[in-house]
Write a protein that binds this ligand. Structure first.
Ligand SMILES: NC(=O)c1ccc[n+]([C@@H]2O[C@H](COP(=O)([O-])OP(=O)(O)OC[C@H]3O[C@@H](n4cnc5c(N)ncnc54)[C@H](OP(=O)(O)O)[C@@H]3O)[C@@H](O)[C@H]2O)c1
Length: 243
């Protein structure tokens, strides 16, 4: 992998990448990470992201997970992709300990319906956090609260400013939102996105797959500022921060 902007002469090591994607220390920070085809699809023909990803994208995906306190995911992504608690063997121990991070990132799943995999809800090395609304089924919410941390933020739609505050109050200042597109649209609309990492893989799949943000238009469209572009095997890796 090499840097195209700004230019660097050599291959980037994992340490170089950790430096390029370091979270700021002075304030909480919400990063989002997506992969897209050249024609804008955020899902493969099998409705999963893995089929449009690549080894270099997987490397970055794992690295970004290793740099955060908490991974935020929409319930549908958790269902489709089979999200389970992160295990210590999946996390880069040295990267995490040298940054004062817990052995594994927690997962915070956003859901109204509370239709969630019990294995995810039960948590692992880190307790799972369920971010939901007042309108969620109260009996299910009570059952979930017996095993997971529940954050109620908003009446029908999660209020992401309140959810973010709750995560920070739990000590989760380095946040990584892994989508999907429906969640992404609402997080962007709430003005909470500080950082966007986007991999573009050289595929053209057409069809009617979702883009990385799906839902009503956002007006005015937030403008992001380019921080860097990396390249590996024809994949481009963009990092943008809030404009
Ligand atoms: N290309 C990529 O990088 C990437 C990344 C992630 C996912 N994906 C793909 O995207 C697809 C899934 O995305 P998706 O858009 O269908 O689902 P999603 O965004 O993962 O999840 C949507 C669900 O999250 C909950 N939710 C979202 N916003 C909410 C809000 N404001 N308030 C309350 N609850 C909220 C709801 O859960 P309930 O339904 O439980 O109420 C909603 O149905 C999959 O195909 C996945 O593979 C691609």
């Amino acid at each position: 992998m090499q840097s195209l902007y700004p230019t660097t002469p050599s291959e980037l090591s994992d340490d170089d990448l950790a430096e390029l994607y370091a979270y700021p220390s002075e304030r909480p920070w919400l990063r989002t990470n997506f992969v897209s085809t050249l024609d804008g699809a955020a899902q493969g023909t099998d409705h999963r992201a893995g089929t449009i990803s690549s080894p270099a994208d997987q490397r970055l995906f794992a690295l970004l997970r290793s740099l955060c306190d908490v991974i935020i995911a929409g319930a549908n992504t958790a269902r489709v992709e089979g999200y389970h608690p992160v295990t210590p063997s999946e996390a880069r121990a040295t990267t995490r300990t040298s940054r004062g991070l817990a052995p594994v990132p927690a997962i915070a799943v956003v859901s109204r319906s509370l239709r969630l995999d019990p294995i995810l809800v039960r948590g692992g090395e880190a307790p799972t956090i369920v971010i939901t609304t007042e309108s969620a089924p109260s009996d299910v919410r009570k059952d979930i609260a017996a095993v997971a941390r529940v954050v109620v933020a908003g009446e029908r739609d999660v209020d992401f400013a309140a959810a973010r505050e709750a995560l920070v109050a739990m000590g989760h200042r380095r946040m990584l939102c892994e989508g999907g597109p429906t969640l992404m649209r609402d997080v962007v609309a709430s003005g909470q996105v500080d950082d966007l990492c986007l991999t573009v893989t050289p595929l053209l799949i057409a069809g009617d797959r979702m883009r990385m943000a799906h839902g009503p238009s956002i007006e005015p469209a937030p403008r992001m500022r380019l921080r860097h572009v990396l390249e590996a095997d024809g994949d481009l890796f963009f990092r943008y921060t809030r404009g």
